[in-house]
Design a protein around this ligand. Structure first.
Ligand SMILES: C[S@@+](CC[C@H](N)C(=O)[O-])C[C@H]1O[C@@H](n2cnc3c(N)ncnc32)[C@H](O)[C@@H]1O
Length: 351
C-alpha cells in the first residue's frame, strides 16, 4: 500500500467517507506526497507555457496594452499570478517588459501565489534576477480594493479541488470515498445543492458533473481585491450550458499521466494529475459587484484579433530558418482550432 493510500484510509477511519474534493486535496496537495508537491515540472501534460516563449510575449503585450490604456497614470502596477508553478511564464513576461516596456516595468510589482513549497523554491531564481520587484507567497492575502493592475492565471482554476455529482432519478447525488477507497453515492450536501441553485444549472439526468465551489471562492476573493485593472484567466472549460450538456455523461474530470488521459481517479495516487474543465459561468457570476465581464473568447480569438500582423511580421523578420520554423509551428499550435486555440478560453474581467 502506498503512503497516500495509508493517509487516505486513516482519514476515512477517523472521520467517515470523504468527499471527492477532500480526496483531491490529499492526492494533489499533500505537503510531502501530493502530485504538485513532488513534481516541480510535470511531464504529464503539455501547456501553453511549454510551447514557446511567444506565448509569454503575447501575454506581456496584452498586459502592457492594458497598462498603457488604463493604468499608466497609477503610482504602481501590480501583476499578481495565481498558481505560478515553476515561474517560467512570469519570468518570460518580466523579461519582455524589462526589455521592451521600461516605463511600465519601472512601476511593476510582481506577486506569484503558489502553494507548493517545492515550486516556490524553484521560483526563487526570479527574486535573484529581479530583486524586490518579485514577491512569492503561498496565500492570496490582498485586502479589498488593494490591487491596481492585473491578476492573471494560466491553468490555475482547473487544478482546484472540486466535488463530483451524479444526477439520477431526478436527485443530485454526490460521490464520496469509503474506507476501501471505493466510490459511494449519497444525497448531495447542502453546500453542493446551494452551489447549483446559485449557478442556476446542473448536470442533466444520468450525467456526472463537477461542482466548482473553490473556483467560486477564489473569484469572490480576487475580484474583491481588484481596485482597478483586470482579472485575466486562461484555462480550458465551458460556460454552464455547454459544460452540463447531455453528451457529457461522465462529466469532465480527467487524470493526466505521461501525456495520456484516463478516468482511473483512484490509481497512481500522487503520480498523476487530476483536473477538470472549468465552469466559466462560475467565474463570471461570482465576480464581485462592479466588475465588468467581457464576453468569453478563445485563445485563438485573442491571438488572431490582436496580434496577427505583429506575429506575421515577427516570423518574416526571423532570419534563422530553424528559429523561423519553430516560431511558426508554435504559433500554429497556440491557435489551432482543433487544439489549444479553441480548447483554451480567455476571460477578461475589468474594474
Ligand atoms: C496546472 S498547474 C499550472 C502552473 C502554471 N500556471 C503553468 O501554466 O504552467 C496549477 C498550479 O496551481 C498551484 N495551485 C493550486 N492551488 C493553489 C492554491 N490554492 N494556491 C496557490 N497555488 C495553487 C499548483 O500548485 C500548481 O503549481
Amino acid at each position: 500500500m502506498t503512503n497516500l493510500e495509508n493517509i487516505l484510509r486513516a482519514k476515512i477511519r477517523e472521520g467517515g467517507p470523504i468527499s471527492f474534493s477532500q480526496f483531491m486535496e490529499t492526492v494533489l496537495y499533500h505537503p510531502e506526497e501530493g502530485y504538485y508537491s513532488m513534481n516541480e515540472q510535470c511531464g504529464d501534460y503539455y501547456t501553453n507555457v511549454d510551447v514557446h516563449p511567444i506565448f509569454a510575449e503575447i501575454l506581456a503585450k496584452t498586459f502592457y496594452q492594458e497598462w498603457n490604456e488604463r493604468l499608466r497614470g497609477e503610482e504602481c502596477f501590480d501583476l499578481v499570478e495565481l498558481g505560478c508553478g515553476n515561474g517560467k511564464l512570469a519570468e518570460q513576461i518580466l523579461i519582455w517588459l524589462a526589455e521592451n516596456a521600461q516605463d511600465c516595468f519601472q512601476k511593476l510589482r510582481y506577486t506569484g501565489i503558489e502553494r507548493s513549497e517545492k515550486r516556490i523554491q524553484s521560483c526563487k531564481r526570479m527574486e535573484t534576477a529581479f530583486g524586490n520587484k518579485v514577491q512569492l507567497t503561498p496565500e492570496f492575502s490582498f485586502p479589498t480594493n488593494s490591487v491596481t493592475g492585473i491578476i492573471f492565471s494560466n491553468e490555475f482554476f482547473d487544478a482546484l479541488p472540486f466535488e463530483r455529482v451524479l444526477k439520477k432519478g431526478n436527485q443530485l447525488l454526490e460521490v464520496f470515498l469509503d474506507h476501501s477507497l471505493r466510490e459511494t453515492l449519497a444525497p448531495a450536501t447542502e453546500n453542493v445543492k446551494a452551489y447549483f441553485q446559485w449557478l442556476g444549472s446542473e448536470p442533466k439526468e444520468g450525467c456526472y458533473g463537477e461542482a466548482h465551489l473553490s473556483s467560486k471562492e477564489w473569484m469572490e476573493k480576487i475580484s474583491a481585491a481588484l481596485g482597478k485593472g483586470m482579472v485575466f484567466t486562461i484555462d480550458y472549460g465551458f460556460e454552464s450550458e455547454e459544460l452540463y450538456s447531455e453528451f457529457r455523461t461522465e462529466g469532465t474530470a480527467l487524470c493526466h499521466y505521461r501525456h495520456q488521459t484516463n478516468r482511473e481517479f483512484y490509481k497512481r495516487l500522487g503520480l498523476q494529475d487530476l483536473t477538470t474543465h472549468i465552469n466559466f459561468t462560475t467565474l463570471i457570476k461570482s465576480a464581485s459587484k462592479g466588475i465588468q465581464n467581457c464576453p468569453l473568447i478563445t485563445q485563438s480569438n485573442l491571438i488572431l484579433d490582436k496580434f496577427l500582423n505583429d506575429l506575421t511580421e515577427k516570423v518574416g523578420n526571423e532570419k534563422d530558418p530553424r528559429k523561423r520554423l519553430k516560431l511558426s509551428a508554435a504559433i500554429q499550435s497556440l491557435i489551432h482550432p482543433e487544439g489549444m486555440g479553441n480548447t483554451f478560453k480567455v476571460l477578461i474581467q475589468r474594474n
